[in-house]
Design a protein around this ligand. Structure first.
Ligand SMILES: O=c1ccn([C@@H]2O[C@H](COP(=O)(O)O)[C@@H](O)[C@H]2O)c(=O)[nH]1
Length: 241
C-alpha cells in the first residue's frame, strides 16, 4: 500500500508567493504534492506557480476547474502544459465534448502528460444546493452519473467527496482516479465543506488521493498538522495504509 503522506495533496490557497513557498516548504516530506488553485493562479499566474513548485519541486495539482466551450478548455489545458502539472481539473458539467477535448489535448504531452480530473459535484454543496440550481436528484446519484460520463469521455478520473467514493469506485473501476477533497480530521473546523469525512475514512472508502487545505495551512504549525493527519491514518489502518 502506498505511504499515506504521498497520497495527500496540500491545498495552498493564498494570493502570496512567499506565503505559498513557506507552506510548501513546511509540509515538504509530510505530503505528496501541492495543489494550487484559482486564488493563487489568478493572483500570480504561471510564473507564480513556477516560483512555488519549480522544475524539481513536488508534484503539482493545478486545480483551475476549467469550464467553457471545448475549444477554449482545450486551449487552457494546452497553455498549462509547460507547467508540467501531474493533475489538472475541468468541470464534468461542461459535457462530453469538452471533457474529450481536454483529455485529447493533455495526451499531446506524451508520457509526462497531466492527468485530467473532472469535478463532479462540489463538496461545498448539498442536496438543497443542487435543487436550487435545478438538479433535484440525490447528490450521490448526480456524482455517479457525472463520473460515468467523465469516464466515457476519456478523462483519467474525477474529483468527488468522500461520501461518494465507494459508489464511484464501484461504477468506474479500480483504475479510475478518485481525487478527494472535503477532508476533515475530527479536530479541524469544517468551514464551508458540507460533504466531508476524516482522512482515514476517505482512504478506507477507496480514495486514491486526498486534498487537504485549511486543516494543515491554517494550523499554527502546518508541518505538525500534516504529520498528525498521517499518524492518524496509519493508526486507523493498523500500519497497512
Ligand atoms: O469539490 C471540490 C473541489 C475542489 N475543492 C478544493 O479543495 C480544496 C479544499 O480545501 P480545504 O481548505 O481543505 O477545504 C480547496 O482548494 C478547494 O478549491 C473542494 O474543496 N471541493
Amino acid at each position: 500500500m502506498t505511504a499515506p503522506a504521498s497520497r495527500i495533496y496540500c491545498s495552498v490557497d493564498t494570493t502570496e508567493i512567499e506565503s505559498a513557498r513557506r507552506i510548501a516548504g513546511q509540509v515538504a516530506g509530510a505530503v505528496g504534492g501541492i495543489k494550487l488553485g484559482l486564488e493563487f493562479f489568478i493572483a500570480q499566474g504561471p510564473a507564480g506557480v513556477r516560483a512555488v513548485v519549480g522544475e524539481d519541486g513536488p508534484p503539482l495539482f493545478l486545480d483551475l476547474k476549467l469550464h467553457d466551450i471545448p475549444n477554449t478548455v482545450a486551449g487552457g489545458v494546452r497553455a498549462a502544459l509547460p507547467l508540467k502539472p501531474a493533475f489538472m481539473t475541468i468541470h464534468s458539467a461542461g459535457g462530453p465534448a469538452m471533457m474529450r477535448a481536454a483529455a485529447e489535448t493533455a495526451a499531446t504531452a506524451g508520457a509526462g502528460r497531466p492527468k485530467i480530473l473532472a469535478v463532479t459535484v462540489l463538496t461545498s454543496l448539498d442536496e438543497g444546493d443542487l435543487g436550487a440550481v435545478g438538479q433535484s436528484v440525490p447528490v450521490a446519484d448526480q456524482v455517479v452519473r457525472l463520473a460515468k460520463l467523465a469516464k466515457a469521455s476519456g478523462v483519467d478520473g474525477v474529483v468527488c467527496s468522500p461520501a461518494e467514493v465507494a459508489l464511484v469506485r464501484a461504477a468506474c473501476g479500480p483504475d479510475f482516479i478518485l481525487m478527494v477533497p472535503g477532508i476533515r480530521p475530527a479536530w479541524a473546523a469544517t468551514n464551508d465543506q458540507k460533504r466531508f469525512m476524516t482522512p482515514a475514512e476517505a482512504l478506507a472508502a477507496g480514495a486514491d488521493h486526498l486534498v487537504i487545505g485549511r486543516p494543515i495551512t491554517a494550523d499554527a504549525d502546518p508541518a505538525a498538522a500534516a504529520r498528525r493527519i498521517v499518524a492518524e491514518i496509519e493508526a486507523s489502518s493498523g500500519g497497512t495504509a
